[in-house]
Design a protein around this ligand. Sequence first.
Ligand code: TRP
Length: 346
Amino acid sequence: MNFSPRVFSGIQPSGDLHLGNYLGAIRRFVPLQHTHETIYCVVDMHAITVWQEPDALRRATREVAAAFIAAGIDPKKSIIFNQSQVVQHAELAWIFNCVARIGWMNRMTQFKDKAGKNSEAVSLGLLAYPSLMAADILLYKATEVPVGDDQKQHLELTRDIAAKFNNDYAKSIAETGAANVDGEFFPITEPLIAGPATRIMSLRDGTKKMSKSDPSDQSRISLLDDADVISKKIKKATTDPAELPSDVEGLAGRPEADNLVGIYAALSDKTKAEVIAEYGGAGWGKFKPALAELAVSVLAPMNNEMRRLLDDPATIDAILRDGGERAGAIAEATMKDVRNIVGFIR
Ligand code: TRP
């Protein structure tokens, strides 16, 4: 392998970012800036695979960008941009549509879940979604992709597409001189899957994922909730009546307790065992206020910064444009080779 370490990840601008998006993804993007070249993308082209009101899409795109920055992603150090600014994403996705097989797409559980029984009536884009995701990643020859557990299958498909492209076009890749030492053009990207502490569940039901589509606003902490609301939601969170166990094993079969301890651990960069070492045996009357205080200390400053940024959309747009230009330069270098490899005349 001689691909330089480069991280790429994407978040959909589909509105209402919550604690699950922050702890499961955005927060984990921040430290990677010190060890890798990092590219973080607001995937607006993925968002429109299901209907989005144009004004809501613009707002949600800026909201994700603001969350990136407020969480500590430095737009000078990392590249932050929205996908549609770099047209090469669509160009490479088309080529990957011709590399990937329909059967691969039909097997994706996210597609099956989203399409439900009505798979003939959903957009063609929803079926091809993983092909665009592979293009996002491989346009930058990203070696590592931090994603949640639910994206593992899409990452595997990205690896399959990279391997099939490398194989189908091996002769042309060699002639172009664009291969690495192993004759590969695209890297076989590694997923960086979040640990269990970063799978955040609903505050009302510890067996369901925290989700923007849950009808109860009490079930999630929005990144735009202020200190007061955050604190109230945590104090009202559903729990069983028992006190916290004296070891982590004691969290088994207690989904709500496990979730709140997990949130505490993720917000304080500790393990659940460390949290239990401190709070084992404590009742909710002690643990919930401690968690509320911790959550407010991390989230309220972020929330203020997000609001400040969202009040000044021109600045966000300028950051996205600058990121788009820097991403575009890398993307175009890859596409020059790809067009050649495939046999397109320019
Ligand atoms: N599919 C991802 C999700 O829904 C978002 C995404 C799009 C992504 N392109 C990506 C994630 C590239 C990582 C890398 O969460």
